[in-house]
Design a binder for this molecule. Structure first.
Ligand code: CO
Length: 253
């Protein structure tokens, strides 16, 4: 690979030209103040980019990413992003989006101890150790990691909900909703996982996170939700005697 970034600068010019051709006011509009409605807290994984996954333009989503989408409540970076998003941008939806097959989560489970990263991942590895017997009972290692990826999302939504930034916003009556989601790289679909929290009361009503290990939440993509809704809308009465199968139409008599 070349020692310079010329190839990237060339791509940048091509992109800016294409954007301007498609919409001559695009960059003028972008230069005005940003008014995103969403804050995305996701993994640094290069395949999980908020804007592409959600099909959003620049300016529509405020983004914070780190390895394994961990909310450390002493991390100045995430707290500054959260505070700015909530207090200044008045963002209404904060989305913690994990992803299946996360190598950060996988490393936490493997119990690696050789890098700074292992300090970062400690909340995940500690949770895994606490429930090791249950996790290790899942025979398929991929499934085991994916279960932990799901629980990690919920853990981080709960941590967000415990920050004074979020509590203060709720206390002053600001509309602020926290959501847990998970993305699958192999089908491109984001799945709803929860929890969905809009108040301290909702947070307090949550069962212990330890219970999630025994009672997993089913992650549902929008396609699956639509299929379930469509199935539910079918009138069972109409299914009882479909014309094709009634006795009158039965040639056998
Ligand atoms: Co990841």
């Amino acid at each position: 690979m070349s020692a310079t970034l010329d190839h990237l600068f060339d791509r940048n010019v091509a992109w800016a030209n294409r954007k301007t051709r498609e919409d001559p006011h695009y960059f003028h509009r972008m230069a005005e103040q940003q008014t995103p409605h969403y804050l995305w807290i996701g993994c640094s994984d290069s395949r999980v980019t908020a804007n592409s996954v959600l099909g959003l333009d620049p300016g529509e989503i405020f983004v914070h990413r780190n390895i394994a989408n961990v909310v450390h409540t002493s991390d100045m970076n995430i707290l500054s992003v959260l505070e700015f998003a909530v207090d200044q941008l008045k963002i209404e939806h904060v989305i913690v989006c994990g992803h299946y097959g996360c190598s950060g989560v996988s490393r936490a489970i493997a119990g690696e101890r050789g890098a700074m990263l292992d300090h970062w991942l400690l909340p995940i590895s500690m949770f895994y150790r606490k429930h090791r017997a249950t996790f290790d009972a899942i025979a398929d290692p991929t499934e085991r990691i994916n279960r932990m990826c799901e629980i990690n999302v919920e853990m981080q939504v709960r941590r967000l909900a415990a920050t004074p930034i979020v509590e203060n916003a709720w206390a002053r009556g600001q509309s602020l909703h926290l959501h847990g989601c998970i993305y699958a790289i192999d089908d491109g679909l984001m799945r709803d996982l929860g929890p969905h929290l809009s108040s301290v009361e909702m947070r307090e009503r949550l069962p212990s996170i330890d219970q999630r290990v025994f009672q997993p939440v089913e992650a549902q993509s929008s396609m699956r939700q639509q299929a379930i809704a469509a199935f539910g809308a079918i009138d069972p009465a109409a299914l009882e005697a479909p014309a094709c199968c009634t006795r009158d139409h039965d040639l056998g008599g």
